[in-house]
Write a protein that binds this ligand. Structure first.
Ligand code: PHE
Ligand code: ZN
Ligand code: ZN
Ligand code: ZN
Length: 289
């Protein structure tokens, strides 16, 4: 898989910040900043040759949107999915939570296009609405699929907060949650091992969009750099950063702005997404390594 340039990911974060700033300070469900975020990501994907569709739902009296993107080709009965929630809380612009997952996934999508990837499996990415209100968009998407369509999804990878300013390197535990996949866990762990970054397993349980897929029996995995939890001294020794402080002290706050991102964590996790998608979808030819 290619090494994804983190500067490109940061450029998407700058755009999410500008969108929030121009729309009342957030990118929350039902607010204009959310719709602008969907338009931004969709525009980049369309220009890169992805097939996109915006699927709307209603929640709390407001229309919400999921953005679904398919990379043409690959076995339609063997789908590798990855996703990130695109909405923020109303308190702030949501740059680490979850501009980082959204931007990392977008840049991997653009790398797939640049490589003209011809994978064995079909690749589908999703940007979810209204995660912050209770996994509403991802749940709506999964529930909207006929069981024949759900059965075609081999795996779902979730990326929610991958650039925390005092980062941990967490991989979703296969045994620690419903439908956790050992294959997905090991593919992600394998990437971090290859760059000599130690990881820990974490049980994310029902706290993000993978839970909607897990409920349908779809194998899930993902990475995470930490939210309101506190970094231990053992973790600070192996990962750097500050012991006794939150992984993200700006979690769900107005200060979750572009400065609230650790570039190395964002870079490593974006490269991990690329590695996982390339590996799981299978390179059928075209593209580097
Ligand atoms: N889903 C949480 C949020 O958006 C963040 C989170 C992700 C927490 C993964 C724990 C594990 O606020
Ligand atoms: Zn990189
Ligand atoms: Zn959140
Ligand atoms: Zn989140």
């Amino acid at each position: 898989a290619p090494n994804i340039p983190v500067a490109n990911v940061q450029a998407h974060l700058d755009q999410f910040q500008t969108i929030a700033t121009n729309n009342g300070g957030n990118r929350a469900h039902g607010r204009p900043g959310y719709q602008a975020s969907v338009n931004y990501v969709k525009g980049k994907l369309d220009a890169a040759g992805w097939t996109t569709s915006v699927k709307s739902f209603t929640y709390n009296g407001a229309t919400g949107y999921n953005l679904i993107a398919d990379w043409p080709g690959g076995n339609p009965d063997a789908i590798i999915m990855a996703g990130a929630h695109l909405d923020s809380v109303t308190a702030g612009p949501g740059i680490n939570d979850n501009g980082t997952g959204s931007a990392g996934l977008l840049e991997v999508a653009l790398a797939i296009s640049a490589a003209d990837l011809a994978p064995e499996k079909h690749i589908r990415f999703g940007w979810w609405g209204a995660e912050e209100l209770g996994l509403i968009g991802s749940t709506n998407y999964v529930n909207s699929l006929p069981s024949t369509e759900k059965a075609k999804i081999d795996a779902y990878l979730n990326f929610d907060m991958i650039g925390s300013p005092n980062p941990g390197y967490f991989v979703y535990s296969a045994s620690g949650q419903p439908a956790g996949s050992l294959e997905l866990q090991q593919v992600l762990e394998g990437y971090f091992r290859s760059i000599n970054v130690p990881t820990e397993l974490t049980s994310v349980g029902g706290r993000s969009d993978h839970a909607a897929f897990a409920r349908a029996g779809i194998p899930v995995g993902g990475t995470f750099t930490g939210a309101e939890g506190t970094k231990t001294s053992a973790q600070a020794q192996k990962w750097g950063g500050t012991a006794g402080q939150a992984y993200d002290a700006c979690y769900h706050r107005s200060c979750d702005r572009t400065g609230n991102v650790n570039t190395a964590a964002l870079d490593r996790n974006t490269d991990a997404i690329a590695h996982a998608v390339w590996t799981l979808a299978g390179e059928g030819g075209g593209g580097p390594d």
